[in-house]
Design a protein around this ligand. Structure first.
Ligand SMILES: Cc1ncc(COP(=O)(O)O)c(C=O)c1O
Length: 386
C-alpha cells in the first residue's frame, strides 16, 4: 500500500516529460479531423471528448482508487455526497427497497429519510450493532444494502463480510462508505462489498483544502453510475483531482501516524477521571473490537469521547482546546474537534439526533499527525477546566 499510493496509475510518461500528473483544465478536446474525433466518440480509440464526461487528470485519480480498493473501476465526483447520491440514484428505481443502518453520516441519512422516499424508494434503517436485525430485513427482500463502518461519529463497527454474504444470497447490491478507514485500513471490496464510496475531502486528500468523492467497484454497476454522472454533471474538477492525488502520496504515512495517535489518545482518555466514555474501535472493550480486528488493518484516526457532566462541559472543553480546529471536518493533518450537532449530524434536528441514537454530549476528535505528547497535554489542560 505504501508503494501503491505513490505509484499506482502515475508511472507516466506524462506530456513534456513532466514528473507529475498534469492538470488538464480543458473543458473540451479538439481533433485535427472528423475521423479521429469520431473514433474517440465511438470509443474505437482512446481519448477524451468533453470534461463533463471524462477528464485526463480525473481519470488518473479514478484508476488509482480502483487499484487501491482492488476493484474494476472508479468514478470521481465533486463531493462525497455527490458520489453517494449518484450511486443511489444511478442504481435505484421507484418500488425498490434499501436496507441500511441508523448511524450513517447525517447527509446520507437525509437521502434515506427525505429524498429516496420522494421517489417511492422504501428505506429501512436498522440498529447498526444488531447484525441479526440487519440480516432479517435483508431477507425480507431489498435491492440495495448500504453500510458505513466505522460510523460517524460513534465509531460503531459493522461486519461487512457477514452482511454482504446474506445480501448476495438475496440478490442485493452492497455499498460501503469507507471514508473513515480509507483503503489503507480497510478494503471493503475484498470483504464482499460491490461498491465502495468515499468522501475524498477527508483522509484521502488529507489537507482540508479540497472537496471530492469517489465510487469504486464492479464494472457493470460503475458503468451505470458513470452514465448518471455524465448526464447529471457531477464530475470532479481536474484541479481538485490533482490536489487529491498530491495528498494521497502520503496517505499511508498519514494513516499510520493517525492510527497510532488515535490509539494513544483513546488510551489516555479512557483512564482520565474527567471522561465518562471513549468510543474507539481499537480499544479492546469496544463492542465492535473483534470485528474491527478481523476486517481492518488499522483502527483509524477518529475517536469520540464524552466528558462527565453533559453539553456544558463539552462546550468548555472545545473552547479551551488549542491544538484542534473547531470545524465541521475530519481527516486532515491538523486535529479537528466538534460535537455531532455542528459536525456529522448538523443536518438533523435535536429530536432526529435523539431518534438516531446520536448523543449530544459527545466530542468527535479527528486526530492529525501532530506529536502525541502535545495532543495529550492539550487535552489535559482543556479537561482540567471542567
Ligand atoms: C462518512 C462520511 N461520508 C460522506 C461524507 C460526505 O462527504 P462530502 O462532505 O465530501 O460531501 C462525509 C462528510 O463528512 C462523511 O463523514
Amino acid at each position: 500500500m505504501e508503494t501503491l499510493v505513490v505509484w499506482a496509475a502515475e508511472q507516466g510518461p506524462f506530456p513534456y516529460g513532466a514528473a507529475v500528473v498534469p492538470v488538464v483544465s480543458a473543458a473540451t478536446f479538439a481533433y485535427p479531423d472528423l475521423a479521429s474525433w469520431e473514433a474517440v466518440a465511438m470509443r474505437q480509440a482512446p481519448g477524451h471528448i468533453y470534461s463533463r464526461t471524462t477528464n485526463p487528470t480525473v481519470s488518473v485519480l479514478e484508476e488509482k482508487m480502483a487499484c487501491l480498493d482492488g476493484t474494476d473501476q472508479a468514478v470521481g465526483f465533486t463531493t462525497g455526497m455527490a458520489a453517494i447520491s449518484a450511486a443511489l440514484f444511478g442504481l435505484l428505481s421507484p418500488g425498490d427497497r434499501v436496507v441500511s443502518i441508523k448511524d450513517t453520516y447525517g447527509g446520507t441519512n437525509v437521502l434515506f429519510e427525505e429524498f429516496l422516499p420522494r421517489f417511492s424508494i422504501a428505506v429501512t434503517l436498522c440498529d447498526t450493532t444488531n447484525a441479526e436485525s440487519i440480516e432479517a430485513e435483508i431477507r425480507r427482500g431489498c435491492r440495495l444494502v448500504y453500510l458505513e463502518t466505522p460510523t460517524n461519529p460513534t465509531l460503531k463497527v459493522v461486519d461487512i463480510a457477514r452482511v454482504a454474504a446474506v445480501a448476495h444470497e438475496c440478490g442485493a447490491i452492497v455499498i460501503t462508505d469507507n471514508t473513515f478507514a480509507t483503503p489503507v485500513n480497510q478494503r471493503p471490496a475484498e470483504l464482499g462489498s460491490d461498491l465502495v464510496v468515499y468522501s475524498a475531502t477527508k483522509f484521502l486528500a488529507g489537507h482540508s483544502d479540497v472537496l471530492g468523492g469517489i465510487v469504486s467497484g464492479r464494472r457493470d454497476l460503475i458503468q451505470k453510475i458513470f452514465h448518471y454522472r455524465e448526464i447529471t454533471g457531477g464530475i470532479l474538477h481536474a484541479e481538485a483531482a490533482y490536489a487529491i492525488l498530491r495528498g494521497m502520496k502520503t496517505l499511508a504515512l498519514r494513516m499510520e501516524r493517525s492510527n497510532a495517535n488515535a490509539m494513544a489518545v483513546a488510551e489516555h482518555l479512557r483512564r482520565h477521571p474527567r471522561i465518562d466514555k471513549v468510543f474507539y474501535p481499537g480499544l479492546p472493550d469496544h463492542p465492535g473490537h473483534a470485528v474491527a480486528r478481523r476486517q481492518m488493518t488499522g483502527f483509524g484516526g477518529v475517536l469520540a469521547f464524552a466528558p462527565h457532566g453533559g453539553f456544558e462541559q463539552v462546550r468548555r472543553v472545545l473552547d479551551r482546546l488549542q491544538l484542534a480546529q473547531r470545524a465541521a471536518h475530519l481527516g486532515g493533518v491538523a486535529t479537528t474537534a466538534g460535537p455531532p450537532s455542528v459536525t456529522s449530524h448538523v443536518e438533523l434536528s435535536a429530536a432526529e439526533r435523539a431518534r438516531a441514537g446520536i448523543p449530544e454530549n459527545l466530542i468527535r476528535y479527528s486526530v492529525g499527525i501532530e506529536g502525541i505528547n502535545d495532543l495529550r497535554a492539550d487535552l489535559d489542560q482543556a479537561l482540567a477546566e471542567i
